[in-house]
Design a protein around this ligand. Structure first.
Ligand SMILES: *Cc1c(COP(=O)(O)O)cnc(C)c1O
Length: 367
């Protein structure tokens, strides 16, 4: 076998699973063979032993530090992806006779609404469907109910490239899907009852879902559910009710340490703002050659879908970028065109390289 090398020449713009920090991959490669001089690799340890207990404890503590998460919130590492939460949230918090409010800003909220409708009664407080999910509503455009069981929204819309630049104002407990922008910027915990995120975009590999839930909200959950569907069970067992996704939690823990090493979430946010600005500038300076999908005011710093003047040119762009080492730039099938996903771990130089390529491509193909 040849010595494995880390490929630093490929720039991976994947929407998820996505690029991870190089330091995390290097550490994980070492720990695959031997975790903490135990003589046993991280994949082979029992979750009931002290080595993995320490991994979970550190992951929780570092997660709390990264996110500035207050003590009244539990930090859980669950399975089933973010999609599992689409059903678990209403099963726990949407009792008969009540309604839950949903703001529909894209495909992922639509799926969440569908699942909630299997469980109980929902009210779509706003939908961006007719405007192709290009924007985020103003507070005055959202029709919240009087006494909703909870309000639900998605902070960053992975497919359409929009994000909330504020936390919506509700009177009911607020639940947020932060799968594609968690820990890319600070979170206002005073306005949330629960936040969840599939790990594979911003905090690690696929296999675990981070759930951060306020204890007093958790305590209002419907109790007659199977154990695996109850947040309180997972909280009580410190995310080890059954065999947990050890490797995914271990990697997320390394990513949290990496964020702390960069200076924390504010430092990461500043880097993300610079990265996104490079690509948006290439769109805005292209004299209309490129068009972004999202309204300017609601642009995401994580996912940037855009088009060139034709589907043929989009295809040429993706092919030529691929030859230059920039891969996974094809847009989601529902939007088409091109999408650059540039999560926390995506390097700033990669954004500069894409921006340069965009200018060159536009100059060569302008009519
Ligand atoms: C990717 C994504 C999901 C789905 O995540 P799974 O872990 O695959 O279930 C849900 N919501 C958002 C915002 C996403 O980006």
């Amino acid at each position: 076998m040849t010595t494995p090398t880390i490929n630093t020449t490929t720039l991976n713009f994947s929407a998820g699973p996505a690029v991870l920090p190089e330091q995390v991959i290097e550490q994980a490669a070492r720990d695959l063979r031997d975790l903490d001089h135990t003589g046993i690799g991280v994949l082979e340890h029992s979750h009931r032993g002290t080595a993995i207990a320490r991994v979970f404890e550190e992951a929780r503590n570092d997660c709390r530090a990264v996110g500035n998460i207050p003590d009244e919130f539990e930090i859980l590492f669950l399975q089933g992806g973010a999609s599992m939460q689409f059903g678990m949230v209403p099963m726990n918090f949407l009792p008969t006779g009540r309604t839950a409010d949903y703001v529909d800003t894209g495909a992922w909220t639509s799926k969440a609404i569908k699942d909630a409708n299997q469980v109980g009664s929902t009210h779509v407080a706003w939908s961006g469907k007719t405007s192709e999910y290009r924007n985020i509503p103003a507070d005055t455009d959202i029709d919240w109910s009087q006494d909703a069981a909870y309000g639900y929204y998605c902070t960053n819309n992975t497919i359409y490239g929009t994000r909330w630049n504020r936390t919506p104002a509700t009177t009911s407990p607020l639940v947020a899907d932060m799968s594609s922008d968690i820990f890319s910027r600070p979170i206002d915990w005073s306005k949330h009852a629960m936040v969840f995120a599939g790990a594979q975009k911003n905090i690690g590999p696929a296999g675990t879902t981070l759930v951060v839930i306020r204890r007093d909200f958790m305590d209002t959950a419907y109790p007659q559910l199977p154990a695996m569907l109850r947040y309180a069970v997972h909280a009580d067992k410190e995310s080890m009710y059954n065999t947990p996704p050890v490797f995914a939690v271990y990697c997320a823990g390394l990513v949290f340490k990496w964020i702390l090493s960069l200076g924390g979430i504010e430092a990461v946010e500043a880097i993300n703002d610079r990265k996104a600005a490079l690509i948006y500038k290439a769109i805005d300076d292209s004299d209309g050659f490129y068009a972004g999908h999202a309204d300017t005011a609601d642009r995401s710093t994580m996912n940037i879908p855009f088009t060139s003047p034709s589907a043929d040119l989009d295809a040429a762009f993706i092919a030529q970028a691929g030859e230059a080492g920039m891969v996974n730039l094809k847009g989601h099938r529902s939007v088409g065109g091109i999408r650059a996903s540039i999560y926390n771990a995506f390097p700033e130089e990669g954004c500069q390289k894409l921006a340069d390529f965009m200018a060159t491509f536009a100059a060569a193909n302008r009519r």
